[in-house]
Design a protein around this ligand. Sequence first.
Ligand code: BTN
Length: 248
Amino acid sequence: MHRQIYYAVTDSTNERLKALADEAENGLVAVAGEQTAGKGRIGRKWQSQPGQGAWFSVLLKDERLNAQNVPGVVFVCALAAARSLNRLCQESGFAIKWPNDIVHGGKKICGILCESGMSGDTLQYAVAGIGINLKAESFGSELPWAASVRSETGFDLDADAVIGAFLNEFDIAMEQMYNYRLSGILDRIRPLSATLGRMVRAENGENSFTGTAEDFGPDGSLIIRDLDGIQHTVHAGDVSVRGVMGYV
Ligand code: BTN
C-alpha cells in the first residue's frame, strides 16, 4: 500500500517528497494535478499542465536500497511505466528508449527523473519522479517529439488508474531488483526495448559515434558496436535511436 498526497498545484512532486523525506515513510506517493516547475533530466523543464497527465513521485527509504542498487530504480520505473501503459491500452506499442524514456510511435510519452539524498557515502532516500503525458494534443514547436497516450492511441486514461497500475508493477519489480539484482529487470526490459538492435548515435562529450545497440551490460549500461566493429559501453549520456524522437 502506498499512502498518497495530492497537490492540486505544486512546484514539483520530486521537490515535495525531498522536503518530506526525513519524516515521511517509505513508499509515500506525491501526485500533482499541475506542476509549476516540473523538472526533467539534465536541468530541462517538464511541461505539466493541469489535468493533462500523471505527474507523480515515489519516496524510497527501504533499508535494502543503497548507493550500489539505486541506479537500478530508473530501469524499474521504465519497466513499470511501459508495462502498465501497454496493459491499460491493451497493446504493446509502448517501448523503452534506453535508459528511461517511454516512447510510442517514435514519440516520447513518459519521462523519469530519479534523485537521491546522500549523507556522505550513505544513501538516505531516493525519489522516483514519473511524468506521463495522457491527454495533451500538442506540445509546442520546442517539443516536436512529445506526444500523449490519447494523441497516440485514442485512449483517454484516468491519471489515478495509471498511477495505480504503475505502482502495482513498480512494487513487483522493486522486489525483484532487491532479491535478484538488476539482471531480471533487464531480461524483462529487453523485449520492450526501443533501443536494442537499432542504429544509435551516442554523444559522450567529445566522443560521439554511431553503431548498433547490441545489449545491456549487467549494470544497465548500453553496449554499442560501432561501424568499425569496435564495442563501446555507454553508462550515461545522450543516445539517439534511429527512427525514435526525430533521429533519422
Ligand atoms: C525527463 O524525461 O526529462 C524526466 C521527466 C520527469 C518528469 C516528472 S513529472 C513528476 C516528477 N516531478 C518533476 O518535477 N519531475 C518528475
